[in-house]
Design a protein. Structure first.
Length: 234
């Protein structure tokens, strides 16, 4: 098993995270999947790997998950960080507690997992981390205020991480999905996309799979939009 590539998917119970787990398994990765719902545990086992029920908000859960993965395979080549849904409200009505929850949901999820996994990758002199962010990082929308703010911070963190660890051959990039089929299908939203359709979770998964592959070995610190042309900024 020493030559098996190993991928951890944190927040892989459904939607884009689950699609990423399936795609990476199809690409030959051994996969370990964490989610809070129990679906990730079932999926990881279905894919012949590790399934774990726990929270990406818990350092203890994440450490147990990493220890299980290392105990089974002895390495971690790819880490995919998904996120749940944070608070949404009119800007001035968002409470302190809701802002902190948003930061926990959309930013600290990456910080916690990376703090545990990056040192392993640095020791290996190889590894790739991909965070599922949002297309609205560049053009914040009132629809997702805590996401926009926290993930702007994630973009800065990703650049700082990339600068520090590129020489160790450890990379980090963000995938920026637009309207994806794991969200409710609304005509108004579909019509706003130049491609005139929602994207699929599988299209996001394919992008993630590319970014953790050797074909993307020279790509780090980037925010890659996968949004059907939705964002207009250059």
């Amino acid at each position: 098993m020493a030559d098996t590539k190993v991928a951890m998917i944190v927040g892989g119970g459904s939607g884009m995270g689950a699609a990423a787990a399936r795609k990476l398994a199809a690409d030959g990765f051994a996969v370990a999947v964490l989610s809070s719902s129990g679906k990730g545990e079932a999926l990881g086992k279905e894919l012949g790997g590790i399934g774990f029920t726990g929270s990406n908000q818990s350092n203890d859960d994440l450490k147990r998950f990493v220890d299980l993965t290392i105990g089974k395979w002895g390495r971690i080549d790819a880490l995919v960080n998904g996120a749940g849904h944070g608070p949404r409200a009119p800007l001035l009505e968002i409470t302190d507690e809701q802002w902190h929850t948003g930061i926990d949901t959309y930013f600290m999820n990456v910080v916690r997992a990376t703090r545990l996994v990056a040192p392993i990758m640095v020791a290996q002199k190889k590894g790739a981390i991909v965070n599922i962010s949002t297309a609205w990082v560049d053009e914040p929308t009132a629809l997702f205020p805590t996401s926009a703010v926290a993930r702007a911070g994630l973009a800065a963190y990703t650049k700082l991480f990339a600068n520090q660890y590129a020489a160790d051959n450890v990379r980090m990039n963000n995938v920026l999905p637009g309207w994806i089929d794991s969200l409710p299908a609304l005509d108004e939203r579909r019509d706003s996309v130049p491609m005139q359709r929602y994207g699929t979770s599988e299209e996001i998964a394919a992008t993630i799979a590319f970014l953790v592959s050797d074909g993307a070995a020279y790509i780090t610190g980037q925010n890659l939009r996968v949004d059907g042309g939705l964002m207009r900024s250059v």
